[in-house]
Design a binder for this molecule. Structure first.
Ligand code: ARE
Ligand code: CA
Length: 520
């Protein structure tokens, strides 16, 4: 059933042309992001880049990545760079056709410690003093508004506790206070005036919708140097909701898009072989997900990668590249929401009792604690001992292109084998097939010596929806001039072609589109 809800004025990402996908260059430096916008994100068709929190934050022992989620002031200065560098990056990215979204932490300041922030401002979380803003105790929620004894959130489903008490001890800002609002509006407007297209709103569940409404309604329109007049910022909210009780994302739908956590969870479940691929046929609102036009989606994130939210071993991260590529491909090929791809750095995962002991490890740095730059070699490889660069994995960026090419074409020609093989096309512009049958073997049929592995191949004549011609698979290879470097298919006059995905192939999917067609 079509939704009657009018999309929020904050739900348009302002992509240029038919760009469709955002990548989060986690912890990257602004100069590096500017370079990447010009040499890769722009040319390869990414629509936008999310940057890690840009404002001054606590410096913590060992420099964990999560210190960025402990604001000290709204001065733009972190290990990623200063205000000038940030501003320059935003200009470069916009000119390269790539929008910039900033992860903003408005719910709280630091935890109970004291020290210096990344711009040199002193802070004392215990006394709730942040002279760099300045904020003092009167700007925080306390016993008058938070009903729990220790001021911590205890019952996460209770709206008053969830909004007025502390999230993991983080000092909770009183956004009903006009002064707090004004400081936050100033900060956001500064970013808008620099040319950003919008924000990831951290911990939205922990802020009152009416306070956010007030703040957002007072934001400037986007900078007319880069955007049409009267453009409102794009805002996507972190609201962790899996159905049932708890704070319902519907409360925030007029305030922007919702990061739909049921998307990654259900897709991860399927790709891990806990649910059959064939059920994805009607994946979306019929599974209880919010409307596509309100949704923001992901497979991996800065939290999920280390098992914050979800659980380690279930969540799919860069250490299972084949699985990550396949689940990401489905995300990009399906017609739902706005997808974001996490681009992470390398860390040494040490799993013990279901936890990653290194879950805190921050970005790669030199001996002085400076973040190491991304270095691109002449053959397009990079210093991958430091940076994972998932956004540069061919199976991923080729699907980013696929998404642009298929545009809003509907999902048609669905086929499944009643189990873990599926295929569908996007109008007459693109076609994709998945063969996860071997995952089932790994899970259930291991050790069955009589099992004929060839039964696990996908070998089938299918309707691709495509015009007749020879098409390259953009997964096992690519189109290189007028030849294919990997597999290819021949589509007949009626759109049919023989599709093959062997059980022993590294990638479990096949994809092609109009631009991967050879000229006759
Ligand atoms: C760190 C330490 C803590 C310490 C605290 C204060 O880890 O032990 O108490 O500092 O000193 C990130 C890290 C946190 C870190 C924090 C501040 O993940 O570990 O705390 O930065 O440095 C809930 C929230 C949701 C939140 C998740 C992680 O609702 O908003 O928890 N996600 C965002 C970001 C995080 C970030 C923050 C918020 C804080 O994406 O990266 O934290 O800015 C159920 C509930 C969810 C709940 C979830 C927790 O699903 O329904 O609401 O999410 O459990 O797993
Ligand atoms: Ca709060």
């Amino acid at each position: 059933m079509a939704s009657t809800v009018i999309p929020s004025v904050y739900s348009d990402p302002h992509f240029i042309g038919n760009r469709r996908v955002i990548t989060h260059l986690m912890e990257w430096k602004y100069d590096d992001i500017g370079n990447e916008c010009e040499r890769f994100l722009g040319p390869y068709g990414y629509g936008g880049v999310q940057v890690s929190p840009v404002n001054e934050h606590a410096i913590m022992d060992g420099r964990p990545w999560y210190e960025r989620y402990q604001p000290v002031s709204y001065v733009i200065q972190t290990r990623s760079g200063n205000e000038q560098q940030f501003r320059h990056m935003v200009q470069r990215c916009n000119r390269a056709g790539v929008r910039v979204y900033v992860d903003v932490v408005l719910n709280h300041m630091t935890g109970g410690q004291q020290g210096l922030g990344t711009a040199g401002n002193y802070f004392n979380g215990h006394e709730q003093q942040y002279p760099g803003v300045p904020f003092g105790p009167e700007h925080f929620n306390g016993p008058e508004s938070c009903p729990t004894e220790n001021l911590e959130i205890i019952d996460w489903d209770n709206p008053v506790q969830s909004r007025n008490c502390r999230l993991f001890g983080l000092r909770d800002l009183k956004q009903s206070c006009e002064y707090v609002r004004r400081k936050q509006i100033e900060f956001l407007n500064k970013l808008i005036d620099f040319g950003v297209a919008g924000f990831r709103c951290d911990a939205s569940t922990h802020m009152w919708p009416e306070d956010l409404q007030n703040i957002f309604s007072r934001l400037n329109n986007l900078n007319e140097e880069f955007f049409p007049s009267n453009s409102r910022p794009f805002i996507y909210h972190e609201i962790i909701y899996y159905g049932g009780g708890g704070i319902n994302p519907n409360e925030y739908i007029s305030l922007g898009r919702i990061i739909e956590f049921r998307f990654w969870k259900e897709i991860t479940n399927v790709f891990r072989g806990h649910n059959q691929l064939k059920w994805l046929r009607n994946f979306g609102t019929e599974w209880g997900l919010i409307d596509s036009s309100d949704a923001f989606i992901m497979i991996d994130s800065h939290d999920l990668r280390v098992g914050h939210n979800g659980e380690l071993g279930f969540n799919i991260n860069c250490f299972e590249p084949q699985l990550l590529k396949a689940a990401t491909a489905f995300m990009l090929a399906w017609n739902y929401g706005i997808p974001r791809i996490l681009s992470s750095y390398r860390w040494k995962q040490i799993v013990k009792d279901g936890k990653d002991l290194n879950e805190w490890v921050g970005p790669p740095t030199d001996l002085f604690g400076n973040i190491i730059s991304i270095k691109i070699n002449p053959d397009e490889s990079w210093n991958n001992q430091y940076w994972m660069c998932e956004h540069r994995w061919k199976q991923i960026y080729n699907l980013v292109r696929f998404k642009s090419i298929v545009d809003d074409e509907p999902i048609i020609n669905w086929w499944d084998n009643g189990d873990n093989q599926i295929a569908f096309s996007r109008g007459n512009r693109g076609f994709i097939a998945f063969n996860l049958q071997k995952t089932r073997l790994n899970n259930d049929d291991n050790g069955n010596a009589d099992y004929d592995k060839n039964q696990l191949d996908l070998r089938k004549r299918l309707q691709t929806g495509l015009p007749a011609g020879t098409y390259c698979d953009i997964i096992s290879g690519d189109r290189d001039g007028n030849k294919c470097t990997g597999k290819s298919i021949i589509v007949d006059q009626n759109g049919w072609a023989n599709i093959y995905i062997g059980h022993n192939e590294l990638d479990v999917f096949f994809a092609t589109h109009l631009e991967a067609k050879l000229t006759e």
